[in-house]
Design a protein around this ligand. Sequence first.
Ligand SMILES: C[S@@+](CC[C@H](N)C(=O)[O-])C[C@H]1O[C@@H](n2cnc3c(N)ncnc32)[C@H](O)[C@@H]1O
Length: 230
Amino acid sequence: MIYVVGGGPGDPGLLTLKGRRVLDEADVVFASPVVAELLGVEAEPSTRRNHGEVARRAAELSGDGNTVAIVSSGDPGTYGKVDLVLRELAEAGLDADVNVVPGVSAHQAASAALGTPLPGDLCTVSLSGSRDRMTVERRLRHGCRGGFGLALYNPRGHWEEALELLRTELGDHGAAVVRAATRRDASTRLTTLRDPALDDGFDTTTIVVVLPPDAETADGRVFAPRGGEV
Ligand SMILES: C[S@@+](CC[C@H](N)C(=O)[O-])C[C@H]1O[C@@H](n2cnc3c(N)ncnc32)[C@H](O)[C@@H]1O
């Protein structure tokens, strides 16, 4: 059996009970060195670059009767590793039972750190530079025009184009930058889209939340109505 386990945003307390049990009982665990350290597990290294090799090794090992866990940070089905593993197995014609264990995704951790800025309908968009720019822009535009709160993963990718589009669509609108949510060095910054320093310090653990139009701020906490009847 192969488990693809959501490692959560970093705080080991946010790994699900099932995720922890699978990691404790697995014969072999694959995880990025950073995630392995955060969760306190011994693991063979898994990165974006070696996912093919990891999937094939996992299939081989599980074929020999081992239980294998591949850890994917956050939720494995949200810009995570599930599709990579499944595609690799299918392309290599390898047969393996794959079980996905969901995890807490970065936008949920960021939202909790801020208050409740995304309590209802929302759009997540990855700005990853490996994605087609036109697709990213089209989706962002629809998100803005739909009145959604937006959670922007991998903001360093198509940032310049995204920011220009967001400013055109929304003007000087509220936004928050959340870094390393739930980790020891976590930070949150409430600001607006016109802030010239908005992208200062973006790194691989930064997510940007563009607040929904009806969000309010009080004492540094953000809240928005969830929509519908209470
Ligand atoms: C490849 S995606 C993986 C997302 C992951 N599967 C999830 O569900 O959170 C990596 C991006 O997630 C976001 N991210 C991951 N962990 C984060 C954290 N602790 N705080 C803020 N953003 C985070 C960042 O935008 C980062 O560039």
